[in-house]
Design a protein around this ligand. Structure first.
Ligand code: GRG
Length: 298
């Protein structure tokens, strides 16, 4: 196995262990909500976002484990967004991460509450961690949490999702599509890198280079997701393909076709690598990860 794959696996194993410890026990009362939280989190997933946060922290300072509660919170927020995205009122998908979606197993009411529960648990985890810190470090942690909450809310992921839903079924221009990709997907990925750098103690110039790298990676990631929705399979992706066509969504593939979309991915990936290099930190793993994500479509 290459050094990159080994490092990726190391992060994934550490994240799984920490997530397991961060979730309430399955038998806490009432069991259904804790069972459903565990179901969606333990269904797997690449753990990309927590990995980005930990790797950015490690690039800046070696003690990346201190960022683990934030990494778990990030994965809980991500899983929350997936559970809600799959609901009948939104994308209405039956499979996610290779398993039936939360609302298919636990009902729509519990799926909504499970998402809400994961979000509040994520905030609890981050605030608990901030409260354990002293003075200067506490401020760093609170600022990282502020950046994360901003990136997922009405200036970030949530507004991207709102615009996506608003235009469903209508053809949209490239400008609106870019707005959706930037906010719905890239803002969250960008803040994982930025927050990791913040927790590691990076200065603002370095934080911004990490954020920009994440923004480019995030847009590329969403274009890859759009391509895979046309070219992959349920067995490989763990979620149904053809979801965009089903919901009459404009994507890079409908606007430009698969080949040109791949060229956009390559260009954005190169830009991400340049921003990572511009941090002046040891970002070899993150550069390899950016390239690895772009090659999922080749
Ligand atoms: C959480 C504040 C908040 C709001 C939720 C529903 C919603 C608003 C947002 C949906 C955002 C969304 C589903 C974006 C798509 C991003 C995307 C490509 C997800 C797939 O991510 P992967 O491939 O999934 O990393 P795994 O399963 O590997 O983790």
């Amino acid at each position: 196995m290459t050094e990159f794959k080994e490092e990726m696996e190391r992060f994934q194993i550490e994240i799984e262990t920490a997530l397991d410890k961060s979730l309430p026990p399955q038998l806490a009362f009432p069991p259904v909500i804790f069972e459903s939280m565990r179901y969606s989190i333990k269904a797997g997933g690449k753990r990309l976002r927590p990995m980005l946060l930990l790797a950015a922290c490690e690039s800046v300072c070696d003690a990346y484990q201190k960022a683990m509660p934030f990494a778990c919170a990030i994965e809980m927020i991500h899983t929350y967004s997936l559970i809600h995205d799959d609901l009948p009122a939104l994308d209405n998908d039956d499979f996610r991460r290779g398993l039936l979606t939360s609302h298919k197993v636990f009902g729509e009411d519990m799926a909504i509450l499970t998402g809400d529960g994961l979000f509040s648990l994520a905030v609890e985890l981050m605030t608990d961690t901030c409260c354990e810190k002293e003075d200067k470090e506490c401020v760093q942690y609170v600022k990282a949490m502020q950046a994360i909450i901003r990136a997922i809310g009405v200036q970030g992921m949530l507004i991207g999702q709102v615009v996506d839903v608003h235009y469903e079924g209508q053809p949209i221009e490239r400008q609106i599509l870019d707005y959706i990709h930037l906010h719905k997907t890239a803002d969250f990925i960008a803040v994982c890198l930025k927050a990791g750098a913040m927790l590691g103690g990076a200065d603002e110039t370095v934080q911004e280079e990490f954020r920009l790298a994440g923004e480019k990676m995030g847009i590329a990631f969403q274009i890859v997701d759009d391509i895979l929705d046309v070219t992959s399979t349920l067995a490989v992706l763990g979620k149904p393909i053809g979801s965009d066509a089903k919901n009459a969504k404009t994507t890079y593939v409908t606007l430009y076709g698969v080949d040109q979309s791949k060229e956009f991915v390559n260009k954005l990936t190169n830009e991400a690598v340049q921003h990572l290099q511009a941090t002046g930190m040891k970002t070899d793993f993150l550069q390899d990860l950016a390239i690895h994500l772009s090659t999922r479509i080749h």
